[in-house]
Design a protein around this ligand. Structure first.
Ligand code: TRP
Ligand code: SF4
Length: 327
């Protein structure tokens, strides 16, 4: 039986951190064998948040290198840039007619951006259209499966409605995609806020052993634990949130050690350092191998985009015929 087709994208917002790895990439890697996967750099979507991206080619390349270094395999999966896929743009132009403004305005991510009239007068059409373009990204491949984070679920629900409305008028041309949610482990930033590049609190995939050590040193622990023999509460500590994921086999020992002041924060952080560093080490060496091959990423993208054009081009021909643009 043919594998179901899967599409997912990631915006080019800068270097990737552990949140991307745990929340998205590990999931993508695991899905590669089960589905026919298309993964793309959502370059156009990145411009909904910033009007200029410096060194964009390098930003894209770094992101793709990160993908490959964690195990996205260009032999198995198609890897491409949204910005090279004119089919997505064409389909977005078509699908916007099947998208009532009210649907887009009610979208929670859009509502967050237009809290007041001032914000409303400044918000871009691109931001409003975000879910339409996302629908086009998916429908261009007639994808059935779309792995997304919880924050993207409203977008996917909109995609299904847009596709339903399109099909209702034009005929059963496009498939309604299903979201697959990854069980996202909650990784806070080193300051316990949400991990985000803009808060400068992330642990990057590109961390060296030394910079990783430094970041872990800076992590916020239980503020009540001032002296070594003060008992602590692991549940309020950022380090412990990481242990939950990376040191699951010694979690009880760490929690009770913290509560009884049996272990100190320095030892506790050293344990985490060892675990994270061991996880990042093979990623680093794979990255070094990839970066030692000049032109490799350009090749991966151009062959991925050839494969993507073959599929998306065929979908577009079907749509052009169904709508009567060509006979
Ligand atoms: N909006 C998604 C995100 O920020 C990225 C994205 C764009 C996407 N187009 C998509 C994800 C199509 C899945 C399918 O995470
Ligand atoms: Fe956090 Fe570990 Fe210190 Fe407890 S011992 S406060 S879990 S770093």
């Amino acid at each position: 039986m043919a594998k179901k087709r899967l599409v997912s994208g990631m915006r080019t917002t800068g270097s990737l951190h552990l949140g991307h790895l745990e929340g998205t990439l590990k999931n993508w890697v695991a899905l590669q064998d089960k589905y026919e996967c298309f993964f793309f750099a959502a370059v156009w979507h990145a411009f909904t948040d910033r009007l200029k991206i410096d060194n964009l080619p390098a930003v894209i390349e770094e992101m793709v290198v990160d993908w490959l270094s964690v195990g996205i395999d260009p032999e198995k999966s198609v890897i491409m840039r949204q910005s090279s896929m004119h089919e997505h743009a064409e389909l977005s132009t078509i699908l916007c007619n099947y998208t009532p403004l009210g649907w887009l305005e009610r979208c929670p991510t859009f509502k967050d951006d237009v809290r007041d009239d001032e914000a409303r007068s400044k918000v871009s059409l691109g931001k409003l259209m975000y879910p339409v373009l996302m629908t086009a990204d998916i429908a261009a491949y007639n994808a059935e499966v779309v792995p997304v984070g919880r924050d993207q679920l409203p977008h996917l629900e909109l995609s299904r409605e847009i596709i339903r409305r399109f099909n209702g008028n034009i005929g059963e041309v496009l498939k309604e995609p299903e979201a697959v949610l990854s069980s996202v482990p909650l990784l806070p930033g080193i300051d316990k806020r949400k991990m985000s590049k803009s808060y400068n609190n992330s642990i990057e995939l590109r961390e060296t052993a030394a910079s990783l050590k430094d970041k872990i040193q800076q992590m916020i622990t239980d503020p009540q634990r001032v002296r070594r023999n003060d008992p602590g509460d692991p549940e309020v500590c950022a380090v412990y949130a990481y242990h939950k994921i990376y040191t699951a086999d010694r979690l009880d020992e760490i929690a009770s050690g913290c509560r009884s002041a049996g272990i100190g924060c320095r030892d506790c952080k050293n344990i985490l350092f060892e675990r994270l560093n061991n996880m990042l080490e093979p990623i680093r060496s794979r990255r070094a191998e990839i970066e030692a091959r000049p032109g490799y990423i350009a090749e991966v993208l151009s062959s991925g985009e050839d494969r993507a054009h073959a599929v998306a081009g065929a979908t577009m021909q079907t749509i052009r015929k169904a709508m009567g643009f060509i006979s």
